[in-house]
Design a protein around this ligand. Sequence first.
Ligand code: SF4
Ligand code: SF4
Length: 450
Amino acid sequence: MTAIATFATRKSTFAGGVHPSEQKHLAAESAVEVLPAPEQVLIPLLQHIGAPCTLAVKPRTEVAPGDVVGQADGFVSAPVHASLAGATARTAMVTLPNGRHVPAVPIKAADSQPLEGDALWEDIFGGDWPTEGLDVYRPQQIADAARAAGLVGLGGAAFPTHVKLTPNEKKPIGTLLVNGCECEPYLTADYRLMIEAPGPVITGALLARRATGASKVIVCVEDNKPQAIESIRTAAAGAPVQVRVMKTKYPQGGEKQLIAAALGREVPDGGLPLDVGVVVINVGTAAALARAVVRQKPLTHRIVTVTGSGVRRPKNLLVPVGTSYRTLIDHCGGLNDETAMIIAGGPMMGFSLGSLDMPVTKGTSGITVLSAEDVWRPDETACLRCGRCVDVCPMRLLPTKLALAARAGNVELARRHHVSLCMECGCCAYVCPAGLPLVQLIRLGKVMVK
Ligand code: SF4
Ligand code: SF4
């Protein structure tokens, strides 16, 4: 592998990557709106990386927002909570955007909710957020609060947060990176959070610092978000938190790319950030951690961007977990006639949807609706051996070889070229002039190797 010195560059960025059209202007100026309580939510019992939850409620049980409906038994797991007041129904199977079929708890909303509109926003993000005196919380207490609140990475990875925060004597943490890059085109949920509620982001960052024992906290924001940088800087004034402006490039928000860019360290193949003394959490996760620790409230809502030229009124919405994609699209005025593709997440790493009857999970950062013009790609031809996919791969893989191995069903070849290291960022497919479905083939190669 290449030495660290060549992996990180002097411009605080990382090797490889692309500059796709950002398209953030569609929703960037849209202040977060609180979605009116939907008639029903569907709470999947698996919304994270790790073991599924076990059912904790019977059908026809009255629940309040925050009540546990799925209990986490394993260490790498996270409980799930009711996001509405209402009555449960019998568990149903639901298909998530990644194709997994999981059981889910339906909750029919009560006639009125304890908190709605501005009051709900205030309860989640409003009020004072301390930046001092946080040493009253013990490190293990912070990790335990994250677990009890069902916190997972809200940037999309959905890895249980308490696992990252649990102190590990063998691998001391020196730096906590708070990821505010939001490098996926179109998405603006983290951007709006940093502008409208920077207080809990900073409090959560300081709590995560205390839990991990990190001596340094750096909030990383790309240079295409000056308003967010200013807002975070103001909220962090006087606190031991640095704000680092990163060069805008996709996938700057990938954990390994962020560590390389911000710190010049290379996470070893197959390793984790903690192997190089780093923990990375998303800005949304930091805000949810602040609420979990300071207010003892679980994760029941998240900000979702609904955007793209195929939706009539792009917006950023604060929504209860479990709300259907259809409800969100309807609230944004519905689909345009030119709609060609609906994606869970952004266009680079998201999953194309076959149905809108899917629930928002903790990891749902956005819904991107594209028109036919947006999704145009060249007709597929044979590989031109141009090498562009290799140049842009941030993991320094050979995408063309991986695709070849997958097409040929050659497990050994796929393994030899480290298919499992692919982060599915989509950079290779984005630049391929032959229109090859590289990411789909690589996903197939990963399954073959597993
Ligand atoms: S091979 Fe994987 S990591 Fe490399 S550019 Fe393609 S999708 Fe990204
Ligand atoms: S970018 Fe496409 S055409 Fe060029 S080498 Fe890679 S797979 Fe082949």
